[in-house]
Design a protein around this ligand. Structure first.
Ligand SMILES: Nc1ncnc2c1ncn2[C@@H]1O[C@H](COP(=O)(O)OP(=O)(O)OP(=O)(O)O)[C@@H](O)[C@H]1O
Ligand SMILES: [Mg+2]
Length: 262
């Protein structure tokens, strides 16, 4: 079974949470072939604010000026990626970190001039993932993409979109988004166990799903459309969550095709 595991930045900020996830992932390598994609939104906001740069978001996406691009490399592909790789290796997992630039994993183009260097991934090539996996390594991907051939551009890509592109290119069976909330909350604040793309779009339209969750739901719908068999948004802070998910215990929110809805 091929599992694309997306880890939200908040889960990786605190060493105890990061180390717990690293131990769980290390143990899970016995059950599944795994590729990790991670975010780092919280770390990026802190890095920028320490330097007097305010973070601005549009539709859950970070407006990426040239100084933010430099921070994207330093924070996502640098400190957050290497701290996670270090924690995984300490937990016994043969982790190797890379970004979407490496090996041409993810090629992007500018999404919208108002957002600066935010990229929309136009092509993903999983060969570098397969090469690492066949060499016995666990790939750990930071959410940075390169430009098209002949370009040395660097794009900030929402980590959920990076996870979808990697899941589709690598032909993952399952895409698990581990985040800092128990799942997708509906209008009454309760977690929705199942959600169709139509219902997800309605949550966004009505302003119930906002910010990072808006971006996540749009990505989750794209993953279903790309043919990923199971797409789930689950609480990364819950003890033993990965083992429970790999044993197919229902947890968090599953995105399901419209036809499968009640
Ligand atoms: N309806 C909703 N249900 C649950 N969370 C929601 C909802 N609407 C907005 N949110 C927010 O979405 C956040 C999750 O998205 P966020 O982008 O912050 O995390 P992430 O994607 O896991 O991390 P990263 O962006 O670092 O990869 C939650 O912390 C919550 O504040
Ligand atoms: Mg996010």
């Amino acid at each position: 079974m091929k599992v694309l595991l997306k880890l939200g930045g908040t889960l990786l900020d605190d060493p105890a949470s990061r180390n717990s996830l690293a131990l769980q992932i290390s143990a899970a390598l016995r059950l599944a072939s795994i590729v990790v994609v991670h975010g780092g939104g919280k770390q990026m906001t802190r890095f920028l604010s320490e330097r007097g740069v305010e973070s601005r978001f549009v539709g859950g996406l970070r407006v990426t000026t040239p100084e933010v691009v430099d921070a994207v490399l330093k924070v996502f592909a640098g400190s957050v990626n290497k701290q996670l790789v270090g924690a995984l290796r300490a937990a016994g997992a043969p982790a190797a970190g890379l970004s979407g630039i490496d090996g041409g994993l993810a090629v992007a183009e500018q999404m919208n001039p108002d957002l600066g260097a935010v990229g929309r991934i136009v092509r993903a090539d999983a060969r570098v993932l397969d090469a690492l996996l066949s060499g016995g390594f666990l790939p750990v991907v930071a959410c940075v993409a390169g430009g098209d051939s002949g370009s040395d551009a660097v794009f900030n890509v929402n980590a959920d979109q990076m996870a979808v592109a990697c899941a589709a290119a690598w032909k993952a069976d399952r895409l698990l988004f581990l985040t800092d909330v128990p799942g997708v909350k509906g209008v009454d604040g309760a977690v929705l166990p199942r959600l169709t793309p139509a219902a997800a779009r309605e949550l966004i339209r009505s302003g119930v799903a906002t910010g990072g969750m808006q971006a996540k739901l749009e990505s989750a719908c794209a993953a279903l459309a790309a043919g990923v068999g199971e797409v789930r948004i689950a609480p990364g802070a819950e003890p033993g969550i990965l083992d429970r998910l790999l044993r197919e215990e229902a947890c968090g929110t599953a995105l399901v095709q419209d036809e499968a809805a009640e």
